[in-house]
Design a protein around this ligand. Structure first.
Ligand code: ADP
Ligand code: MG
Length: 674
């Protein structure tokens, strides 16, 4: 110790924290560098601010920059900045006590569990006399809790403190801080600057800088590494840490004279100054996707919270199914420092395809992941972001239909899940796109549908099917085609759930065509000729038909609830109908929840004006107990069930079809030989 050196003790709670840091194993030790670099960046920011205010600063010719040097021989890394620096008093105040933000946060978290409201504003810059915790009882409490936490999980505790600067003691056995304040009259005793030094035990010393010190302005931190922290002497290791945590700090960071942070924090730049290529480049940096993004959404928001966000919509569909995606959300930055990648609270899962970053001034740098979870600031940011994305998509849908349809084809299958978000339900309904019986290729919106409904039409009709083809062949669709009523094709299970839970769009009710009663459609006149070429059934055949239906019910037995005459079919011989309520796709969904894989019991409806059914009547007339009639009945049933979306036993079905073909073949030959 030199003659001018003074010795100081750390405040009790600081001492405790240091103890935890120096004596516990903490896996994420690399964050010490993030903390030191952020402090350097803050110091450069403060310098810039005061200078821009017109204050006289020393050595204005120096570049604003951060330099890191590794000295393997000395076992030491040095981080220097040309920022605002510290006077002796500032060293004592700032490096001798836990940052106010940290201790306050800690008190909130550790004190009464109930009052654990997260702190929303970083207050690191306004430490003043009296900020240290002085209440003896509270202090004891901290220490006790801190001890508990050491025993359980040191990393938890570290996350909870605004430890900042002290984190360097996780890797260093001795730390020297050399500083020259940039304010010319800051020095009390005409010293050029001061050196603070500590081994992280109970005290630290401060002494004037040597006369021949080369430090002109700012701060140099020398961390003498612990024996088990030699990894941080490796250049590539430090480079990786800088890139992953501090890549976007607004000042150049040199590591052994090599500039590391070359990508600018684009989200902080004014929109008009950014070239499209810069966005593309940043997107590639962010997503590893070599293609250009489909779209860019760049936000700068001041109220209700301050944040910048830069988000991209990729130009391709992600293959993962929603629930299985493990990484989505936005990367969260606090003042350009990465806090967490893929922070999920920032985006609802229906926007999981969006990639991007959010940067806010309204969170402290040291906020822990646990605290983030119920954080009000994050919630506000997220709500604002959702609203902005919705508006963005609405504008796109209006101004560039083709582009929007492309968006829908790529991301609609995620985005449509937004119907679950009550706050946005109406807006999502307007943004949904479909194909339909009259527009099987080109996407339409509900507004398109509504614009061309029949007068007196009160419902928006839909059919659920696994493909367009299946939808087109659905027997229930026939009546609607005949009457020229457009029917939406819902091709994914979620579609029906979405429409059912929305119930209405504008003054129209969503309805499944399977549930259409004939009365409800009677008021619409046929636009297509419906009558089959077949003559009216004779009254004798009509009676026989009714009898035949009873016989079919006997053959099908438990497999159907009823066999009845249909009044809804024209092109198809039969269809399955539900008694009431649930549509077949809803039923399928319920059954998949119940792991029921059988074919549900339904009503089989038979179209008496179909040629196949007329033949059946004749076969039945000929021999009411013929096995062929039974085969035909079974086959008709199986085919109808298939069109309804179920396939119970394909082998039986194939076998039966082959038998019938065999018979048909025999008869054909017989006929020819007659
Ligand atoms: P925080 O950054 O949250 O305030 P830290 O523990 O990281 O807490 O730093 C404590 C204080 O030390 C800072 O607020 C700042 O006043 C001072 N300080 C730390 N590093 C520097 C630096 N490189 N230049 C100037 N002041 C610094
Ligand atoms: Mg800090």
């Amino acid at each position: 110790m030199s003659s001018k050196s003074t010795k100081h003790s750390f405040k009790a709670e600081t001492h405790k924290v240091l103890n935890i840091l120096t004596h516990s194993l903490y896996t994420n030790r690399e964050i010490f560098l993030r903390e030191l670099l952020s402090n350097a960046s803050d110091a450069l920011d403060k310098f810039r601010f005061l200078q821009s205010k017109g204050d006289q600063m020393i050595h204005p010719e120096l570049n604003s920059e951060i330099r890191i040097t590794i000295d393997k021989d000395a076992n030491c890394i040095t981080i220097s900045d040309t920022g605002i620096g510290m006077s002796m008093q500032e060293m004592q105040d700032n490096l001798g006590t836990i940052a106010k933000s940290g201790s306050e946060q800690f008190l909130k978290d550790m004190g009464a569990d109930k009052a654990s409201a997260p702190k929303e504003k970083a207050e690191s810059d306004d430490k003043a006399e009296g900020d240290e915790v002085t209440d003896a009882f509270v202090e004891d409490e901290i220490i006790e809790k801190a001890d508990d936490a050491v025993a359980s999980d040191a990393s938890q505790i570290i996350g909870r403190f605004g430890i900042g600067f002290y984190s360097v003691f996780m890797v260093a056995s001795k730390v020297e801080v050399l500083s020259v304040s940039s304010l010319q009259n800051a020095q009390s005793d005409n010293a050029k600057g001061y050196k603070w030094e500590s081994t992280g035990d109970s005290d630290y010393t401060i002494e004037p800088l040597a006369e021949d010190s080369e430090l002109l302005r700012g701060t140099i931190i020398r961390a003498h590494l612990k024996a088990d922290a030699k990894e941080f002497l490796e250049e590539y290791r430090l480079e990786n840490i800088i890139r992953s945590h501090s890549n976007f700090l607004p000042f150049p960071i040199y590591l052994n004279d090599k500039l590391i942070n070359t990508t600018p924090a684009l989200w902080r730049e004014p929109k008009f100054s950014i070239k499209p290529e810069q966005y593309d480049e940043f997107y590639t940096f962010l997503s590893d996707d070599k293609d250009k993004p489909f779209d860019v959404i760049h936000l700068a928001v001041d109220a209700p919270v301050q944040f910048n966000a830069l988000m991209f919509i990729p130009n391709k569909t992600e293959d993962h199914f929603l629930e299985q995606r493990d990484s989505w959300g936005l990367d969260l930055y606090v003042r350009r420092v990465l806090i967490e990648k893929d922070r999920q609270e920032l985006l609802p899962n229906y926007l999981a395809f969006v990639k991007g970053v959010v940067d806010t001034e309204d969170l402290p740098l040291n906020i822990s992941r646990e605290t983030l979870q119920e954080n009000l600031v994050l919630r506000k940011i997220s709500q604002t972001i959702i609203r902005q994305i919705m508006s963005h998509l609405e504008r796109m849908a209006k101004s560039d239909k083709e582009k929007y349809n492309k968006f829908w084809k790529m991301h609609g299958k995620y985005f449509k899940f937004a119907f679950n978000d009550y706050a946005f339900r109406d807006r999502v309904a307007t943004l949904m796109r479909f194909v339909s019986s009259t527009s099987a290729e080109e996407l339409l919106s509900l507004d398109d549908y509504v614009a061309r409904v029949k007068s007196a039409q009160k419902d928006i009709w839909y059919v659920s099917a696994s493909s367009k083809e299946a939808a087109r062949l659905n027997p229930h669709l026939e009546r609607f085609k005949r009457k020229g009523i457009e029917v939406l094709y819902l091709l994914e299970p979620v579609d029906e759930i979405a429409l059912e839970s929305m119930t209405t769009y504008k003054e129209f009710t969503f309805k499944n065509i399977e549930q259409a009663t004939s009365e409800s459609l009677n008021e619409f006149t046929d636009v297509e000729e419906n009558k089959p070429d077949l003559p009216e059934m004779t009254s004798e055949d009509s009676e026989l038909f009714t009898e035949m239906l009873a016989s079919m019910k006997e053959i099908l037995n438990e497999r159907v609830t009823e066999v009845r005459k249909s009044d809804r079919l024209s092109g198809s011989p039969a269809c399955m109908a539900s008694a009431e309520g649930m549509s077949s796709s809803m039923e399928k969904l319920m059954r998949s929840f119940q792991k029921d894989e059988g074919v549900p019991k339904k009503i089989l409806e038979i179209n008496q004006d179909h040629a196949l059914v007329r033949s059946l009547v004749n076969i039945y007339k000929d021999d009411k107990t013929s096995s062929f009639f039974a085969e035909m009945t079974n086959s008709l049933f199986e085919n109808t069930v298939l069109l309804d979306g179920y396939l119970s036993d394909p082998y039986i079905m194939a076998e039966r079809a082959l038998k019938i073909m065999e018979k048909a073949g025999e008869w054909y030959v017989d006929l020819r030989n007659k």
